[in-house]
Write a new protein. Structure first.
Length: 197
């Protein structure tokens, strides 16, 4: 697997751009759409915390285990959320997709499927990944449903695994998709995006 490097991934509706400190104000505005930081099961930055959120993501990029993106809606030109590759392990050809969030106005739209199709295509077809993973909070049922709609398989639950922002400790639900499963999953995601809404 090739090491993921900053790049731009794009369709006619959405662009994933390499995250930079210049995106702080627009990311903070996107998080205000629904006041997403109030959800105890997400990692969305609270007001005044966006610069630190970006700095942590870029530190992970520099250390080689993360590659963060901002999500831009091309019709409006606005940044509407964020996503990233993380837990990148080149020697075993594995990486995960996560830290994903979108402003409330964009949830339950084409955006998540479009972004994940871009990231999955790049991971399997350009980088040569053998396995993609996802993880989410055991109480984030919307995220679990979204990951399952992508075609990922539930691997199991890591109990008492990670701290939440409110100080409690979550169980983490783990999912994955193997390279051999990708062609069928890709065809299904393309079908879902093409069918009338």
């Amino acid at each position: 697997m090739r090491k993921p490097e900053p790049c731009t991934l794009e369709t006619s509706t959405v662009r994933l751009e390499p995250m930079s400190p210049d995106h702080a104000a627009e990311l903070e505005a996107a998080a205000h759409d629904g006041k997403l930081w109030n959800l105890r099961i997400t990692s969305v930055p609270a007001p005044g915390e966006t610069a630190g959120y970006i700095a942590t993501a870029l530190k992970g990029r520099d250390q080689g285990h993360m590659l963060p993106f901002v999500v831009r809606d091309l019709a409006s030109g606005k940044i509407i959320g964020s996503t990233r590759y993380h837990d990148i392990v080149v020697p075993i050809e594995r990486l995960e997709i996560g830290y994903t969030w979108y402003g409330q106005s964009w949830q339950r739209s084409h955006v998540n499927t479009t972004c994940k199709l871009l990231l999955m295509t790049h991971a399997f077809e350009t980088l040569g990944a053998k396995l993609l993973g996802w993880r989410t909070d055991n109480f984030n049922f919307a995220s679990q449903r979204a990951i399952e709609r992508l075609g990922a398989r539930k691997d199991g639950v890591l109990r008492h695994h990670a701290p939440r922002r409110d100080g409690t400790v979550r169980d983490t639900v783990m999912y994955s998709l193997a390279a051999g499963e990708w062609p069928e999953v890709k065809a299904q995601l393309q079908y879902l995006l093409a069918k009338p809404r």
